[in-house]
Write a protein that binds this ligand. Structure first.
Ligand SMILES: Cc1cc2nc3c(=O)[nH]c(=O)nc-3n(C[C@H](O)[C@H](O)[C@H](O)COP(=O)(O)OP(=O)(O)OC[C@H]3O[C@@H](n4cnc5c(N)ncnc54)[C@H](O)[C@@H]3O)c2cc1C
Length: 296
């Protein structure tokens, strides 16, 4: 039996390589100043979906909600094997908290329709809440399997999954359709394929056409470029909230019950660091000290 998979992927600032001012005065992330990547666990989610497609047939659709720049991660998904990608971008959704974000994603997934499995990363490395996957499942009325590490079997309308935790694992079964949030230990995401990168390097959204025309002036007009891309399946679908049937009262800052009141920076000074001898005794003394002050 073939399965239609939807992967929810988020473009995130590369928090492992921060330079410059990472936060704005209003407490939101200064995304323009940071390099942007696919949220790492979303690559694990994509890999799991691609493996389902390879073993059983079906298709993989990747959906992201974000600014036009998020088209970058959709190209990345195409390079790695996605069949279809969709960007949901709408200024009215800016400032959405997890409740509003999951509502928009739920609307978009309903518009995609005919899905068997939805894959999310467990957690995004910027917002870090791990709430969006479970909230999307809740809003769609679907069962959810969080911390999914391995699909042990997929048989007809039933899936068996191993969930992984720091202190063990659990095996659960559920009926499709369902939503999985995938952990980083699930797999080694495949790299972009060279063949697919060549095939999809021109895949674009209309907002990117001016930059493409500057590189390939022979297309002359955006209309001609759009026709060329459309005929070759390289026009990335772009939806706004209305396309997905979103009620705008439920999104953006106005539709978000969570408000960021304050952002605190933690700066570790030299007095808070300590050098430990790289010996058995040095480590034992450190453990002793941490047990005594109840850190461990
Ligand atoms: C008051 C408030 C204001 C905010 N304002 C802004 C703002 O102005 N700009 C801004 O960028 N963020 C803003 N945020 C952050 C925003 O809420 C989160 O980025 C977003 O809701 C996702 O939450 P998370 O990062 O914790 O994702 P998690 O719940 O940790 O993500 C889990 C998984 O859900 C999926 N997922 C999450 N987000 C998306 C997405 N957008 N598209 C597709 N899949 C997704 C992915 O599979 C991901 O791995 C704001 C938050 C609050 C509370």
């Amino acid at each position: 039996m073939a399965y239609n998979c939807v992967v929810l992927a988020k473009q995130v600032p590369d928090t492992a390589n921060i330079s410059g001012k990472a936060m704005k005065e209003d407490g939101t992330v200064n995304r323009a100043a940071l390099a942007a990547i696919v949220n790492p666990e979303d690559l694990n989610a994509l890999e799991m979906a691609l493996q389902v497609k390879e073993r059983h047939g079906g298709n993989v659709t990747v959906l992201t909600m974000g600014p036009p720049r998020a088209a970058e991660i959709l190209r990345e998904a195409l390079y790695r094997g996605a069949d279809r990608v969709i960007l949901l971008t709408d200024r009215k959704t800016a400032g959405s908290d997890t409740l509003a974000t999951s509502y928009v994603l739920k609307c978009a997934v309903e518009k995609i329709g005919d899905y068997d499995l939805i894959f999310c990363g467990r957690q995004a490395i910027d917002g870090d809440t791990a709430q969006v996957g479970p909230q999307v499942a809740e809003k769609l009325g679907l069962p959810q399997i969080t911390y999914a590490e391995s699909i042990l079997s997929l048989d007809g309308r039933e899936i068996t999954v191993r969930r992984a935790f720091p202190l063990g694992s659990e095996t659960v079964k559920c009926r499709l359709p369902c939503l999985l949030t995938v952990v980083s230990s699930a797999n080694q995401p495949r790299p972009a394929s060279a063949r697919r990168t060549l095939a999809y390097k021109l895949a674009a959204i209309p907002q990117e056409y001016p930059a493409l025309l500057a590189r390939w002036p022979e297309f002359e007009t955006e209309e001609a470029l759009d026709l060329f891309l459309g005929e070759r399946g390289l026009r990335i679908s772009v939806w706004n909230g209305a396309d997905a049937g979103v009620d705008y009262d439920r999104v953006g800052l106005g539709g978000s019950p969570t408000k960021v009141l304050n952002v605190n920076y933690v700066v570790l000074g030299a007095s808070e660091s300590k050098e430990v001898d790289a010996t058995k005794e040095g480590v034992a003394a450190l453990i002793d000290e941490l047990v005594k002050d109840y850190t461990l």
